[in-house]
Each structure stands twice: as C-alpha cells, then as structure tokens.
Design a protein around this ligand. Structure first.
Ligand SMILES: [Ca+2]
Ligand SMILES: [Ca+2]
Ligand SMILES: [Ca+2]
Length: 302
C-alpha cells in the first residue's frame, strides 16, 4: 500500500512537471508577440473615438448651457492630446468634462457683433475648416493632454453668440475637436560616431542606435520594453531591464552634456532592404508619450 501511494505521488509530480513544461514556453511566446505589436495595434483595439487626429465637427440646435450629444470615450496606453475649437460663427465657448469632472474651460473671446461684422452667417469670421479656425485666434479654443487610461469626454456649450447686437441667442452650438496620440519627435543617431551609417544586410552583427537626450527629452524616461527599430520592429538584443546592462547603455555619445540611450539591434531583424535610405527608432516613455526619431542609412554589400 505504501509503495502504491508513493507511486501515485510520483505520477502527480510528473504530470505537474509536464503541464508546467508545456505552459511556460507558451507564455514566453505570448509575451514576445505582445512586445512586437505595432503602436497602432495597441490603440485601435480599444479606441472608441478616433485617436488619429481626425476632426469631429458638430453643429447642433441648442441653447446654453447644453451638452453636445456625446460622450466620446477612449482607452489608450498613451498620452492623448485633445484639441477643441469653436467653428463657423464666433464665438461659442466650451467646458470640457472627463468622467463628469471639469477639466478645462475655453477662453472668453468677443462675440461677432462686438468685432463689428455685419452678420454671423454672411461675413467673416465664418469658417468651416477647424484648422483655420484654430489658427485664426478669434475662435475660442484649447488644447488638453490626457494621461494614459480610460477617458469619457462631455462637451458643454457655455456661450452661444446672439443673432444681433444685444439680440437673442443664435440657438446653434458649433464645435470641432480631435484627439491624437501625443508624440515627440527626437534626434537619434544610427551607428554613433559613424557617418554615413553603412549597414551590411548580410552582417550577422548588430546595429547600434542611440536616442539622443536633450533639454526636453530625458532618455531615462523611456520604457526599454517598448524600443523598436526599423521596418522589422526589431527589439534590443541586450536585456536593458537589468540595471547593470542598462547603465552600460546610458552614454553621452555626442558629448553635448545630455545622456543618450544606446541600444543594439540584430541587423537580420531590422527589416531594412536594399535601397532603403532611413530607419526609425520608436519607444514610449513611462507616462505614455510616444518618442521617435529617424536617421539616414546607407545599405551596402551584395
Ligand atoms: Ca460657433
Ligand atoms: Ca551615425
Ligand atoms: Ca548626448
């Protein structure tokens, strides 16, 4: 009986070891696939509002202080830049709420009649292009950055212009807004110390690439698990999560007083082909800002 029990225990142990052996490599493969997902994939999967900078234009019959027919929501691992502007007739003004909490109020600007124009729909400033309205300065506008995570936006029109001097409200709420991933273009140096940046596609070696730090870009804020280089989205060959390895990769390669982050990618994984003239390094900061930079390459060899 004792021997049978021991046998049973042994069988259990073998089964547990077998199951673990099957599960662990599967988990490792899933992790790798995850890290190789392109930036766009990480966002589009959960976005309920376009995060590509497409303007949303609304023109609704309303009186102040009514809410536009939202809300507009998204969930993003990245910081999102949100731009809102009045459109068509000056000058609606807005309150923007995130999960019902007021986050910004756009500035109070003079109404069209105060500006001395003939009528709201017949003379300037009448503008149907949000980008032009934003640049104009006479339309009430604001820019807000939302941290990574889940957001639900409501927009309230708190001032609609009168139909005439001292007259009743125009009863027409107009607004344009857009959301886009907040990204920062920075300088990189492919093969620091070399120019041109010759890359031999047949090489079994690595390509060093540096994110160059600056007054506005602290390279130590980059999440090393997000680094990707070239069309093949190569990931670093070294384990930059190891503090000692990481410290070795923080250098001031261009001697400007700002630390740079040097990373190495397998040439065979970078995905460059003959005729390519540049390559891009991307990453994300720990607070969700996308950083990217491009440098020239000179493909050599057969
Ligand atoms: Ca308006
Ligand atoms: Ca170089
Ligand atoms: Ca530097």
């Amino acid at each position: 009986m004792k021997g049978e029990k021991k046998m049973k225990k042994l069988m259990y142990l073998i089964i547990v070891i077998l199951v673990l052996g099957l599960l662990l490599p599967a988990a490792a493969v899933a992790d790798e696939t995850q890290s190789k997902l392109k930036l766009e994939d990480k966002v589009s999967a959960t976005a309920l509002m376009p995060l590509d900078g497409t303007w949303i234009i609304l023109d609704e019959i309303m009186t102040t202080p009514a809410l536009f027919s939202g809300p507009w929501a998204w969930n993003s691992v990245f910081t999102v830049k949100f731009t809102i502007t009045d459109l068509y007739v000056v000058t609606d003004r807005f309150k923007v709420y995130d999960w019902s909490i007021l986050v910004i109020e756009t500035p109070n600007l003079p109404d069209w009649d105060v500006l001395g124009f003939a009528g709201p729909m017949v003379s300037p400033p009448w503008e149907s292009d949000p980008a032009t309205a934003l640049a104009d300065g006479r339309f009430s506008s604001a820019v807000i950055c939302f941290a990574s995570g889940s957001h639900s936006i409501d927009i309230e029109d708190i001032h609609i212009p009168p139909v005439s001097v001292g007259g009743p409200q125009f009863s027409d709420g107009t607004v344009a807004f857009k959301a886009e991933l907040y990204s920062l273009e920075v300088d990189i140096d492919i093969k620091p110390g070399s120019d041109p940046n010759s890359i031999n596609l047949k090489s079994k070696g690595v390509v060093p690439v540096a994110f160059l730090g600056s007054a506005i870009f602290d390279v130590t804020t980059v999440d090393v698990n997000t680094l990707m280089f070239g069309p093949g989205s190569a990931t670093p060959v070294h384990d930059l999560n190891d503090p000692i390895v990481y410290a070795d990769h923080l250098q001031d390669v261009n001697v400007d007083g700002y630390l740079d982050l040097v990373c190495h990618f397998k040439t065979s994984e970078v995905g460059l082909v003959k005729g390519d003239t540049d390559a891009t390094l991307t990453g994300e900061t720990t607070d969700g800002v996308i950083v990217y930079g491009t440098d020239s390459v000179n493909i050599v060899g057969k």
